[in-house]
Design a protein around this ligand. Sequence first.
Ligand code: COA
Ligand code: AMP
Length: 630
Amino acid sequence: MAYDKVYSAWKADPNGFWMQAAEAIDWVEKPTKALFDDNAPLYEWFVDAKVNTCWNAVDRHVEAGRGDQIAIMHESPITHSTKGITYKELQTRVASLAGALRMRGVEKGDRVIIYMPMIPEALEAMLACARLGAIHSVVFGGFAAHELAVRIDDCQPKAIIAASCGLEPGRVVHYKPLLDAAIEQATHKPEFCVIFQREQEVAKLVEGRDFSWHGFQYGVKPAECVPVDGNHPAYILYTSGTTGQPKGVVRSTAGHLVALQWTMKNIYNIEAGDRFWAASDVGWVVGHSYICYGPLLTGATTIVFEGKPVGTPHPGVFWRIIQNHRVKSFFTAPTALRAIRREDPTGEWIKRYKLHEMQALFLAGERADPDTVKWAQDHLGVPVIDHWWQTETGWAIAGNPLGIELLPVKMGSPTKPMPGYDVQVLDEGGHPVPAGQLGAIAIKLPLPPGTLPTLWNAEARFKKSYLEHFPGYYETGDAGYIDEDGYVYIMARTDDVINVAGHRLSTGAMEEVLASHPDVAECAVIGVADALKGQSPVGFLCLNKGTTRPETDVIKECVKLVRDQIGPVAAFKTACVVDRLPKTRSGKILRGTMVKIADGEEFKMPATIDDPAILDEIATALGQLGYPAK
Ligand code: COA
Ligand code: AMP
């Protein structure tokens, strides 16, 4: 009932709904209205307001008497350290870093790339940019130099802030050589870099270009919060599309603040003084919204975790942290739970800790399979809440709003649309389909505050990717259905995006890399079902006529090429050589059919297939790789 009331209130008066939500933000100049639609189908929110993100995330809590509360708790089982930073300390550190950036010429609107592991300094760098109105773009540490170079060229940063290294279990990730290689490869050169030297590895600085984090701040005047317009870009976050060129999702400042603050109470039931933990990475949207900005906007304590669900050092690490820091709401990806379950199927590690302050477990990033949800529910004894969203939206499209009302859970569904989202399922012609029928999931425009207004420097691509296929709607790229009770079900992607261990990757980008191998004439990459990671990429290579080199050598080189070009996060480890790829008569590769064969699912022979016999060859090749998996 409560949810229905809130959702209907939004539907009846969206402007009133969001203006009321905006009351929770400290404005320098209040907005006069919520939606600005003069440029439809491009929409903007709270354009005529003036506001500062850092003020709302940090300074206002110090003013309100929360200065001594822990703002950021760093838990690093990899370095065996736990460290808290209060709101007052955070304010001092961020103002100082912002002051140093400004001294070197970073101003409102300048771009700054942040390439850092899971340390509090990553959040401080984000907040320092926000303090100045500089636009940050965080790049995930698992990407290789080439991916970083592509982002440098696209957003043209004045500065890059990085750490000397990241720490993966059993492996030091040498950030600095990756950064140097990326700058070397990129056409655009940043004016300077700031390097946070970690004690695990001290990097060599380039004279005149690189400054050390601490030395760079010596004697600078702390910076105050610079007001920006409501539609000023707060950040750019690159995400995978269909090609090797990632999409620069833009987040506007005011809508971001209003929406995230609203979600903290209404979706996660978190208020000032509570402890919230999203076990993701600052390089992903979950890290932006719910490690950094959301919890801090609300005056909660956020946990920054440098570790893995298993192996650092054991599968009880999540539960230990939840107990020790009295975490109230916890957010992770289903794949992390699958990893824990594999090592602790009967929940023995869970029983060792007191988890009574945890009220709910939130899951997102990939489809939450009912088996995993049930396992977690049985062993944790709290609601396990799946919610569905994307880098583009920045917050949940569909979820179960714990702070409003816990709706009955239906396994396999992220529950119902959140206020702001009119979710519809459309057929190919753009017509809504009846309840229970599969189709493309689209959202009626306008999208709510906090969602992307456009892509960085790519408005035409924004329109083409999201707005043109179904006029009047935003195309999510996901397929699924809505049942007769209004529950949303997300079943698959409609494009070349796959989801590996909760990481969004482009098979198109991997194909571009494979095609660059001198012996590869043609290739395809598909995402096959994986019991741990949800999906895993498998490559098919057709070699140039006359190639005499052993196939195993070419495969090894291709695996290395993807790791070197895209990064270890692509988890591209499996490929095979085939004579031909199955295609339609017009030459389109039948990747969907290949996936069905790999997953052992029934499929209809595509009517347009050029030569059905090729499917047998594909099945044989997959069989040799162990697919379909038992
Ligand atoms: N920096 C550098 N390398 C990274 C990295 C980072 N931040 N994150 C991952 N990698 C590397 C890993 O070390 C691994 O390298 P390897 O091939 O040398 O082993 C590779 O990228 C693949 O990583 P991943 O897919 O994460 O597999 P894994 O075997 O290391 O771990 C899980 C498996 C399930 C434990 C892990 O994927 C996990 O915790 N997933 C949850 C993901 C998540 O929270 N996503 C956020 C979305 S909300
Ligand atoms: P990202 O932009 O990296 O957050 O990835 C977004 C994509 O991940 C979505 O478009 C979905 O395909 C998938 N996804 C995220 N959350 C869920 C969920 N709860 N259920 C099903 N798929 C999800």
